[in-house]
Design a binder for this molecule. Structure first.
Ligand code: PEP
Length: 257
């Protein structure tokens, strides 16, 4: 079964409501028949909480809106956090978790990522689980070991019930995020293949074939075609280029083929 490609924008801490409206106006016009496009490629945006409503209203038919982080508890004294109950209430479809910026600046651990994955899955929301090595780790030949450890420590926190639900892995080499440096299609495919076999070892070969592995790291309209051609690259998590309607619409149309 062919995996449906997923192009997910990560807007990070960008855009006011007016800017988001303007973006979606141009983006939907450039993409054309969004309902037709989203039948063959999944399109999503991870947006700041202030943009949930405006994004849900304007992103177009079939486009999924995601959070960029979530807490694993349903409610409580956790100032500044949002729960899965709140994401459901806001009509979101999932959340990015474990982004390297959250790991680096906010001390998010693999165990916390696993708890968030578990909470999202049990709430019927899609977890987009980010993993990836730093430049130092790559240069030390530790890429596969780092990615495997991040994935397995997170997975250890996921219950059997939650494991049975769909999830997405985003392989994001930290050295390629926001730097303009991109992993070559061959470098990315090599790690994606390793992740696919890791998935097979935990979930069985048949299920592993159905799970999507996205590439992230300076993906743009010029390099996405070669990356998306690789058999184990099932889409992208896209930062900078997802902020520009011209770029991101081209990428969506490229993924549609
Ligand atoms: C990201 O933030 O997930 C990302 C891949 O950013 P960029 O595309 O800007 O490198």
């Amino acid at each position: 079964m062919a995996r449906k490609k997923l192009l997910a924008g990560n807007w990070k801490m960008h855009k006011t409501r007016a800017e988001a409206s303007e973006f979606f106006q141009s983006f939907t016009k450039l993409v054309g028949n969004m309902a037709d496009v989203t039948r063959s490629v999944d399109v999503a945006f991870g947006v700041p909480a202030t943009l949930f409503d405006v994004s849900l209203k304007n992103a177009g038919s079939g486009v999924k809106i995601l959070a960029q982080n979530v807490h694993f508890e349903k409610q409580g004294a956790f100032t500044g956090e949002l729960s899965t109950v709140m994401l459901q209430d806001a009509a979101l479809q999932g959340s990015i978790i474990g982004h390297s910026e959250r790991r680096q600046y906010y001390g998010e651990t693999d165990q916390a990522v696993g708890k968030k994955w578990n909470a999202l899955s049990l709430a019927g929301l899609l977890p987009v689980v980010c993993v990836g090595e730093t430049r130092t780790e790559r240069e030390a030949g530790q890429t596969n070991a780092v990615v495997k450890k991040q994935f397995e420590l997170a997975l250890a926190e996921v219950s059997a019930d939650a494991k049975s639900k769909d999830f997405v892995i985003a392989y994001e080499p930290v050295w390629a995020i926001g730097t303009g440096l991109t992993a070559t299609p061959e470098q990315a495919e090599e790690v994606h293949l390793m992740i696919r076999s890791l998935l097979a070892s935990h979930f069985g070969a048949a299920r592993a074939e159905t799970l999507r592995i996205l590439y992230g790291g300076s993906m743009n309209s010029a390099n996405c075609q070669d990356l998306l051609k690789k058999p184990n690259i099932d889409g992208g998590l896209i930062g900078g280029a997802s902020l520009k309607p011209e770029d991101f619409s081209k990428m969506v149309l490229t993924a549609k083929g």
